[in-house]
Design a protein around this ligand. Sequence first.
Ligand code: C2O
Ligand code: CU
Length: 483
Amino acid sequence: MSLKYKPTVTRRAFIASSLASAAATAVPLPGLADSDVQRYALSAATGKARLLPPPYSDTDVWCYNGTVPGQEIRVRQGDRLRVEVENGLAEDTTVHWHGIRLPNAMDGVPYLTQEPIRPGGKFVYEFDALDAGTFWYHPHQRSFEQIGRGLYGALIVEEADPPQVDRDVTWVLDDWQLTESAAISDDFGNLGDMSHGGRMGNTVTINGQVVETFGVKSGERLRLRLINTANARIFALDFEDHAPQIIALDGQPVTPHAPKGGLVLLGPAMRVDLILDCTASPGARTQVVDRAYRDREFRVLDLTYGDAALRDVPPDWPMALAANPLPEPDLTTARRHEVLFTGGMMGRMVERQMGLSGSGGMMSGGMMGMQGERPGIWMVNGVAAEERISEPFLTLERDTSHILELTNATAFAHPIHLHGHSFRVISRNGVPTEHQEWQDTVFISVAERVEIAFVADNPGDWMFHCHIAEHMAAGMMGVIRVT
Ligand code: C2O
Ligand code: CU
């Protein structure tokens, strides 16, 4: 709304009307028939899931609509999506639509963009799917436990003109800490997990189940959408005798390329879209192996080939995706900002190695910032965030370009996520990246410096945080304000 044409509007009236227009984002745009809105309903509640095969019993989980993962939400680019969320949990919750650009009021961050949805309460999320791609949804309230107990689902936005494939398959990856009786171990948010690499599990599921085999046909072309919903586990998948091509990262198209070192890397919250040509012979059995952690490699599943081939040679269909309408940052005028991540176990050592000793502030290096039940273990520019943060550590003028130089001066890798925007990853340790890839979650190795660039075009207060849920809970987050 433009004040220029309403000179008589008083301040009080203006506030009232701007609240009204914020509320109006939750109803269909004028001219949009109700039938053009894709409607979904999600109910967050306790449930049971069969994560493990018999003789194990079901696992008590928290989930959406009774399943883990929650229902896959699938719309087409340009559709308007309306999701009515009901909270059947015994505690507050919200839903965050990870990676998809949307208005701030729909972002699902408690106390920052909305009041939490109270037990028994409802909230309607509604936004246009501007970008095609592979996204996901999850609570942003006590994420380390709510996501950890099974609250998450895939959000797929289909391209108008998707690349031709034989099958479009989503693999939602998760990692659970289960007891002998297949129950979820209750020790969420313990200090050890928080100060080290986060909560690592002992059971990896795909689409909510421990999977032994995945059937394919010789000559078949798959589009595989991988989503890492784990609290802390990093995946580095080796498809062994296959040559997958990465066509999108975090939902955003990238020049099709083979994964570096043959490993498909997914930090928590990250997504990778692959084209996988099934090139082995009929009847073959090959493995998908995770090699993220040295000496702890494991077989994720076997690809089992049927006896009949679909075709003799892999198809030569084009695999590149059309770009999404993202604003291109202007690197010549971009303002630079330094963001330093410190803290955690052995963080002091890395700071010293990087010649940064002391720059992380007084609380740098571990447990000194511990207060109350939310230990401030991790810091962004010297500050360990409290649960309810509202003050931005960066304020960016709308529609201007910015480069954030992110330095990981800790002894752990971190997948750092920005809400409301996608950014280009332009360099790592001073070396330009080959694909200048768009991401919403950037993986930063120990002692690494990464530059990301974006246009701050989406007004509001946006979270910027590590997606290892325990790191986030222990301070590794901040707010970036776009005015
Ligand atoms: Cu996947 Cu702040 O979120
Ligand atoms: Cu982290």
